[in-house]
Ligand binder design. Structure first.
Ligand SMILES: C[S@@+](CC[C@H](N)C(=O)[O-])C[C@H]1O[C@@H](n2cnc3c(N)ncnc32)[C@H](O)[C@@H]1O
Length: 450
């Protein structure tokens, strides 16, 4: 496909500069609904490590501060830019991001953005770019008053957070703009957490134990995984503390059959196998064949074994083991609003209208899997959402409709008790936003009863 005018790599243009690449990435996020994880990597391939770092920071940072930057840009433009001039809008937002949140000297920001404008094929708008950014630099940022703008969230997310978490919504939005911690899970089959902390110290990497997850370690600074001692041999995996907490809730024991019903990319699959080496079997299911490849890769690196199945969890009757499972983990597809700090593009990609269909899907997955939980067994329902609509309300609706399901109160010292499961809200230096509920099946029910 020939890129449209104004995008890098268009006919007759030379190898795109960093600004052109950033504009291309931002336009794909905004106009095509693609995630940064999808559209950034192809732009990084032929760059030096320093250039990669800059481009990544620009794209993540501009998405993170999008709503605040956009608010300022709107106030500085006499009239909105035309549809065909959208690349210039993205360039201006990038320039404002650099002025407000980077250490790049303002004169360099201005010069590079003007040059970027020309490179993108918008020579007539170089004066506008120069004028807007020069004024922005001279005048400083106008102080916003709306909390959604201050913390750079779309109004619907801010409103929903306020309605759901009246006391915490501002702190949640602030935490969503923090750079996430770099957290590891030590493979306790290979060694102890203390031993690995020592290896990190020996390698000159500062780190500390996580507060709640027994295999968790938080590094002071993110590093490429290749620099982590023993990474290639499966000594550690990258996984947030919140995601690690699921293993304890499953109360794993030797001889159990476990189903990981939405498993890809396999973070929790591996954590389960590391925590309990003597399971009878772990079946890892996901409906996305490409993402399942990541499960296989992870298991291979960690020298772990599971039955990996590509299937629709909502159609469990077609593939699930009729003898049932002692433990089921349903780490359900969700709005991912608990991990915005890791994926700031979620603010741009998610729509308010996504939430109700997600809730319908979540409840249908629960209902489809429940018949395959053995009597006396446990199902853990998890999401990385902070909206009760996808969490406690799903659990409450499910309990109302399911006679043999019992909610297990969680005796843990993390998160907030919602009455129907425990909610972790994202915290600076702490865990991601996550929700967990444990549901036990009354003993003595036969699978055939359903
Ligand atoms: C939150 S992610 C799971 C993360 C994973 N448990 C981990 O810890 O690495 C949700 C997963 O659900 C999968 N999924 C969505 N709908 C599904 C369905 N109907 N059946 C099975 N998997 C589904 C998605 O492909 C996605 O990989």
């Amino acid at each position: 496909m020939t890129p449209p005018k104004g995008t890098p790599n268009g006919p007759g243009t030379r190898k795109p500069g960093l600004h052109g690449r950033a504009v291309r990435v931002l336009s794909q996020v905004v106009e095509q609904g693609r995630s940064l994880n999808q559209c950034l990597p192809p732009q990084l391939i032929d760059l030096t490590p320093a250039e990669r770092g800059r481009l990544q920071d620009w794209c993540f940072g501009t998405c993170r501060w999008w709503y605040r930057l956009n608010h300022e840009l709107d106030s500085r433009l006499e009239r909105p830019l035309r549809r065909s001039d959208m690349p210039v809008k993205y360039l201006l937002l990038l320039g404002l991001y650099q002025l407000r949140y980077s250490k790049t000297p303002p004169h360099a920001v201005l010069n590079e953005c003007v040059e970027g404008c020309r490179d993108l094929g918008f020579k007539p708008l170089t004066g506008l770019v120069n004028g807007v950014l020069r004024k922005a630099q001279r005048e400083g940022e106008p102080e916003p008053t709306d909390p959604a703008v201050i913390h750079s969230h779309p109004a619907w997310i801010a409103d929903k957070l306020k309605g759901n978490w009246a006391e915490q919504w501002i702190a949640v939005m602030a935490a969503n703009n923090q750079h996430p911690p770099f957290t590891l899970r030590v493979n306790l089959r290979q060694g102890s957490r203390e031993g690995y902390l020592q290896e990190l110290t020996d390698a000159g990497l500062e780190a500390e134990s996580c507060q709640f997850a027994p295999a968790g370690i938080r590094l002071r600074k993110a590093v490429p995984v290749e620099q982590l001692p023993g990474f290639a041999d499966g000594a550690v995996s990258v996984q947030d503390e919140a995601a690690q907490l699921c293993v304890g809730l499953l109360e794993l024991a030797p001889g159990q059959r476990v189903l990981d019903a939405c498993a890809a990319p396999g973070g929790k699959t591996a954590a389960i196998l590391e925590a309990e080496p003597a399971l009878e079997r772990l079946t890892a299911v996901d409906s996305d064949a490409d993402r399942l490849e990541r499960v296989r890769e992870n298991l291979h690196r960690l020298v772990l074994d599971a039955e990996v199945v590509c299937a629709d969890a909502a159609a469990a009757a077609e593939w699930a083991d009729p003898e049932g499972y002692d433990r089921i983990l349903l780490d359900a597809p969700c709005s991912a609003t608990g991990v915005i700090r890791r994926h700031p593009d979620i603010k741009l990609l998610r729509r308010e209208t996504d939430i109700a269909p997600l809730a319908t899907l979540q409840l249908s997955l629960l209902k489809a899997l429940w018949p395959f939980l053995k009597p006396g067994g446990r199902l853990v329902y998890a999401t990385c959402s902070v909206f009760p609509q996808e969490n406690s309300r799903i659990v409450s609706r499910f309990l109302n409709a399911t006679a043999d399901a019992q909610l297990v109160p969680l005796a843990v010292d993390w998160g907030l008790d919602t009455g129907y499961g425990r909610q972790l809200l994202p915290q600076a230096e702490g865990a991601d936003g996550f929700f967990y509920a444990c549901l036990n099946k009354a003993p003595g029910q036969l699978i055939a009863d359903h």
